[in-house]
Ligand binder design. Structure first.
Ligand code: ZN
Length: 472
């Protein structure tokens, strides 16, 4: 099998949001991850369909044949419906109800944000190592060198045409300003094309990008490359409209890159409201002056770790199904959604498998990446450290694109593999998901997870209607 990457995400910028924004959703993601894992564990293992009575020993004991053919494998998968039901029952109605959410709250309340290179990130790694070890999981740390960027004190003020304090957040990796700040006239543009067209106006100015939000994937180019593009035409700093379709005067930070050979100028994000305000002022011909002050700096790389926990496979321990989230966050908020939620559901999968006494044929491994926000640094180094054995990785999953109601699963792999997994997992997931959907009317305890009345229906719809994109 090749290496597949499931990403599962809605958006990926960081604000000053706190734990309350994480809401219920980790639970939903958890179920998805469980389904995915279960199906990865079963269809390749050549087991017979099982009766409910033998679920507990199923994954560990059946090994008479190793059928990988389509129809046989499909039958095997279908045979795990009872296992899936048992997992759902435990997670939704049983002792594990709300556990991942409780874990997330405790973790983020205790550690807070945990930017790459910070003491709090190292505290987070210790926290998770200890928590998973105390549960009896097989845990270890793998060393990684990570960037160490420090925000420092920062501010932005409009000086003219009137005084206004601008909510801002410096962008990750940005250089700082001189201590007295940079005070300059502003050039407001709405696109890179407009900047190019008005290049002669940009010299010695602060370029404000007021690009409309199209999608995170498309619009983030302004945050990532805005500073270098502005520097090429002589700008002294950039202020970039936050990459979000929604704002209540909330700036979003994130990573930005400097292009080789281009002068490095300070770069910060501002709110949608202020970017539009300055755009309207500029349209009226008003002269805008802003003072930007940032004490940001980059220190030498720091020592850190990827945190690895696993349940070793009983038959093929060298073969791995990997699921993951990232422990680091930005240095604002608590990193509950990005990516505390992904971390907790990746842990919870192991917990549920363990609680049920199941042991997979292949190793089920949770990796909590470090320094993901700095460009996937932990994951890249993990790949370098393990690429010699990459053929043993059957499936790689990551939850890092939001922790709200599931909308879709992204899949990278061959068409044949995509089709295979799509065909196998649907028969298993449908009846079990419907079971949980019924549950919300009869189990008071599960109401919390189902606050959004349509969430389960939506999920069922996704499973049933987007097979081209969804892989078990
Ligand atoms: Zn993330």
């Amino acid at each position: 099998m090749g290496c597949y990457n499931h990403r599962y995400q809605l958006h990926k910028t960081t604000t000053n949001s706190n734990m309350s924004r994480a809401g219920r959703p980790p639970f939903l993601f958890l179920l998805l991850l469980l389904f995915m894992c279960l199906l990865m564990l079963s269809p390749l293992c050549g087991c017979h369909p099982q009766s409910p009575a033998s679920i507990r020993s199923t994954l560990r004991t059946e090994s008479n044949h190793t059928a990988r053919g389509g129809s046989t494998t499909a039958a095997e998968v279908a045979g795990y419906a009872d296992v899936a039901k048992q997992i759902i029952d435990l997670a939704v109605f049983g002792a594990a109800q709300n556990r991942s959410y409780t874990r997330l709250a405790r973790f983020t309340d205790t550690i807070g944000n945990r930017v790459s290179g910070s003491h709090s990130l190292e505290m987070a790694i210790k926290y998770m190592y200890n928590a998973m070890a105390q549960e009896g999981l097989d845990v270890h740390l793998e060393p990684v060198k990570i960037p160490h960027w420090v925000r420092g004190k920062e501010s932005a003020e409009m000086i003219a045409p009137r005084a206004e304090s601008l909510a801002m957040l410096g962008l990750g990796g940005s250089v700082g300003t001189p201590p007295e700040g940079i005070e300059a006239e502003v050039l407001v543009v709405q696109s890179f094309a407009e900047l190019k067209h008005r290049a002669s106006e940009a010299m010695a100015k602060i370029v404000v990008f007021n690009q409309p939000f199209v999608s995170y994937g498309e619009t983030v180019a302004y945050r990532a490359n805005g500073a270098s593009e502005a520097a090429k035409v002589g700008a002294v700093a950039t202020l970039i409209r936050s990459i979000t379709p929604f704002s209540i005067n909330s700036p979003h930070t994130g990573l930005q890159y400097y292009q080789d050979g281009v002068k490095r100028i300070p770069s910060a994000c501002i709110t949608v409201e202020d970017a539009e305000l300055m755009w309207r002022m500029a349209q009226k011909g008003q002269r805008i002056v802003v003072r930007l002050t940032m004490a940001a700096k980059t220190l030498p790389d720091a020592d850190s770790f990827n945190t690895v926990a696993e349940i070793r496979g009983w038959q093929h321990p060298e073969q791995v199904v990997l699921l993951s989230g990232h422990l680091d966050s930005w240095d604002v908020g608590q990193g509950a959604m990005d990516d505390g939620g992904g971390v907790m559901i990746s842990w919870e999968v192991l917990s549920l498998i363990k609680d049920l006494g199941l042991r997979p044929r292949r190793t089920l491994r949770t990796v909590l990446w470090t320094a993901e926000e700095q460009g996937g640094v932990g994951a890249r180094q993990y790949y370098d450290q393990h690429k010699v054995n990459m053929s043993n990785f059957d499936l790689v999953m990551e939850s890092d694109l939001g922790t709200f109601t599931p909308l879709a699963l992204q899949f990278t792999g061959s068409d044949a593999a995509q089709k295979k997994w799509s065909n196998f997992w649907l028969p298993l997931i449908r009846p079990n998901w419907r079971h949980t959907e019924k549950g919300q009317t009869s189990h008071r305890g599960c109401r919390q997870e189902y606050q959004e009345p349509a969430c389960m229906w939506q999920t069922v719809d996704i499973f049933g209607s987007t097979t081209a994109k969804v892989i078990p």
